[in-house]
Each structure stands twice: as C-alpha cells, then as structure tokens.
Design a protein around this ligand. Structure first.
Ligand code: C5P
Length: 210
C-alpha cells in the first residue's frame, strides 16, 4: 500500500506531535523533514565558521547520513535559525528532494511533516493537513520545551522571524495546499488536535482501511 500523509505548518504548531501520533496509530513510517534542514544548517555553520556558503551547504545536503539527524544540537535555537537560512537556498532544497519524494511513496505508507510537503514533495498526497496556532501560543509551547534558556519574548521574536523567512522565500515557500485540512491548535489540547488529525487521515484511507 502507498499512502502519504502531508503535514505542513509554521514552527511549533504541533506538526511533530501530530505526525508521530498519526504514524503510530496507522502503522506508517514518519519523517520530520525539518531535521534535514537543521542538520544541513548546523554543519554549514560549523564548517564555515559562522557563514553559510550555498554550494557547500548543498554538498552537505547531498552527503547527509541518517546519523546526522540524531544530534541533540539540532533542536537548539541556533539550529532553527540556520535551518531556515539554508532552507531558502534552491540548491539545498534540490539536493534533499529525491530522498523525501521516495520516502513519501514508500511501501506501507508514510507521514512527513515540514513546510512544503503538500505542495512540492507530495502534491498528490492522499491526506494533507496544515497545522497552525497563534504566534503567542506557539512561542509559549516552544519556550516550555526549551527549558528556560530564552525569554518568552525572544522565542516569540525568533518564531516570527523564521515564519517570515519560510513564508516569504521564493523556493518552496510555506503555504497551505489548497486541498489541505486547516487545523488550528490554538485552543485545542494535544489529545484533541491528534484526534482531529487522525479522524481526517482515516477518512482519506482507501475503502477497507490501511
Ligand atoms: O520543522 P522545523 O521547525 O524543524 O524546521 C526547521 C526549518 O527547516 C524551518 O524553519 C524551515 O525553514 C525549514 N524547513 C523547510 N521545509 C521543510 C521542513 C523544514 O523549509 N519541509
């Protein structure tokens, strides 16, 4: 069976939690595509002593290995900012395209979360969700995850800067696919958001279930 679930949306809206839960419920493989850009961004910064060279970043993207996605440093604010900078480079996106497209169509089905899954990576995905929440709620959730290293105001400013870069870039900007279900999690508990996502995805399964 091939069945793709595309989950897009801005930073800290709940895409990862929802994506993992949908994958676990339906027995699908899961890919957090943000990790690809985070890994490229961090390596490009480290190798270039703080300056990102587009050609070198694309080379890093071509050479990514599964272990590169496991580094704890990928969750830092530095990695978030570096990710959204390399993600604006068409060379980097091109280098990561085939891997993501193949993952989306793997046998057994897959859930991918990111910014361009429903529009570029898997425009024919069987189920699409665009997960959002207010800026303030997203900043509060991210600040809670980050254990107090930054003030709420700093986290909010970073999230807004990153959203603006992700939505404003020319290469595969963050935008809801026309056929995506819009899921606003501002006033939803995690359980309620997950339940709504699972109900939508199940409604898109071929007759007879997965
Ligand atoms: O989802 P996450 O916050 O980990 O993504 C980090 C950054 O990677 C995003 O801000 C965005 O710039 C980039 N990204 C992207 N396309 C994706 C996934 C992530 O451009 N499919």
């Amino acid at each position: 069976m091939k069945f793709t679930v595309a989950i897009d949306g801005p930073a800290a809206a709940g895409k990862g939690t929802i994506g993992r839960a949908v994958a676990a419920e339906l027995g699908l493989a899961y890919l957090d595509t943000g990790l690809l850009y985070r890994a490229v961004g961090v390596q490009a910064l480290d190798d270039g002593r703080g300056v990102i060279d587009p050609h070198w970043a694309a080379e890093i993207a071509r050479r990514l290995e599964p272990d590169d996605l496991e580094r704890p440093a990928l969750r830092s604010a530095r990695a978030s900012a570096a990710a959204s900078k390399v993600a604006a480079l068409p060379e980097v996106r091109a280098a990561l395209l085939d891997f993501q497209k193949r993952f989306a169509r793997r046998e057994g089905g897959a859930v991918l979360d990111g910014r361009d899954i429903g529009t570029v990576i898997a425009p024919n995905a069987e189920a699409k969700l665009f997960v959002t929440a207010s800026d303030e709620v997203r900043a509060r959730r991210r600040a809670a995850e980050m254990d107090g290293g930054q003030s709420l105001g700093q986290v909010l400013a970073e999230i807004r800067a990153r959203d603006a870069r992700d939505a404003g870039r020319d290469a595969a900007p963050m935008v809801a696919a026309a056929d995506a279900l819009l899921l606003d999690t501002t006033d939803l508990s995690i359980d309620a958001a997950v339940a709504a996502a699972i109900a939508h995805v199940k409604s898109r399964l071929p007759q007879g279930g997965a």
